[in-house]
Design a protein around this ligand. Structure first.
Ligand code: SF4
Ligand code: SF4
Length: 139
């Protein structure tokens, strides 16, 4: 059964950025947090808590895929999309279209950074802020 990432424990986040380092390192072979598909940030103010900007795995209308003019974003089973990099023309329309601002862009290679719901980040978070949830609805 397909699973999707749920960042619904962010009230426990301490802002260590381990999830971002894990995502960048494993998925992009890059040791900076800039290539991560999950972005942890403060919600504002000196005492602001941490929140995560990350794909919410839309499984009905995928705004990013609908906005893509080259068919580079294919529906992922269970929710979200998978990037077909060879089809991407780097126009950033997916970045603009995402309803939760969770599509990021890698200017180095000219392609979007999109969560593939692999679950790597969930395994590294020391506070169980992130988890994987089974989806029973198919595409
Ligand atoms: S589920 Fe995978 S791709 Fe998505 S943010 Fe976590 S590590 Fe990155
Ligand atoms: S690994 Fe967990 S605690 Fe650390 S920044 Fe990410 S969500 Fe927050």
């Amino acid at each position: 059964m397909p699973k999707v990432l749920k960042a619904d424990g962010m009230n426990k986040c301490i802002g260590c950025f381990t999830c971002m380092l894990a995502c960048s390192g494993v998925n992009r072979q890059n040791h900076s947090i800039s290539k991560s598909a999950i972005k942890v940030r403060t919600s504002g103010g000196l005492k602001g808590k941490f929140i995560a900007d990350v794909c919410i795995a839309c499984n009905d209308e995928r705004a990013c895929a609908e906005a893509c003019p080259s068919g580079a974003l294919e529906a992922r089973e269970g929710g979200g999309v998978l990037l077909k990099a060879e089809k991407c023309i780097g126009c950033k329309r997916c970045v603009e279209a995402c309803i939760v601002s969770a599509v990021f862009f890698d200017d180095t290679i000219g392609k979007p950074i999109i969560c593939k719901h692999c679950g790597v980040c969930t395994r590294f978070c020391p506070h169980e802020c992130l988890r994987m949830e089974e989806q029973d609805n198919d595409i």
